[in-house]
Design a protein. Sequence first.
Length: 285
Amino acid sequence: MSKVLIYAADAEEAKALAIVAAPIAGGPPAALLSGGALPEVEAAALAATSGEVGADVIVAAASKKGNEVAARAAEILDAGCVTEALSVAESGGSLTAKRAIYGGVAVGEFAFEAKPAVLTIALSALAGAEGDSAYGEVSATAGEDAGYDKELVKSEPLAKTVDLTKAKRIVSFGRGLAKKEDIGEVETLAKGLGAEIGCSRPIAEELKWLPQEHQVGITGAIVKPDLYIALGISGAIQHFAGMKDAKVIVAVNSNKNAPIFQFADYGIVGDIYEVVPALEQAIGG
């Protein structure tokens, strides 16, 4: 078992990281909370704290800042680093981590040859973290940007965000939608159902029609809604893994052999451009 040091944005994130890291922790992990400093400053503080507490493994959330701080800390410590891990394990002194590979269609297992080791945990894995776990003493926050000058160049309001992990109803779409302009049809159906909008990996990562926070799957959000409607989504394993725990799954696809029909509670073989308006009419949209 390893001495674990958690780097987290806040206490809630630290608790989720402690739950995921429990299989490798030889006791309550130490924790270092972000102080809002630049990544390079916090990475140096993280590396220093690791030495102070005698940590074998550093664990952080795979947020944009978490990934950068972890990678910088790994470089300082000359340590191996795996990002976006879905789970971690240790057996016989060998530390391993699993993460999605090949665009999310498979899961690979990576073994560290030596310690210290640095890991970031996929946000989807943190969202699904359940159980009782705790972290130990919280070290001082990562500090201020001493020696750095800051200047506010531009300020813009934050775009509206969505947390699919908390949604009770989700309407997702995939490549069955012909063009970006047609997303309005999906939004109308979702509004009538009081649902959030989700999408498959190609929509967010390749076409970039929606922000990645709308992506459902191993490399996106792991969701457990009461109702999940999949429009024009084939049902690749990486997407299925993200929505398989939905209470009711409704699939609409023009291909009767689409894999998604194998695990849908209700399936409609048809053109989504004909089925969606019919659903809107049925619910009074």
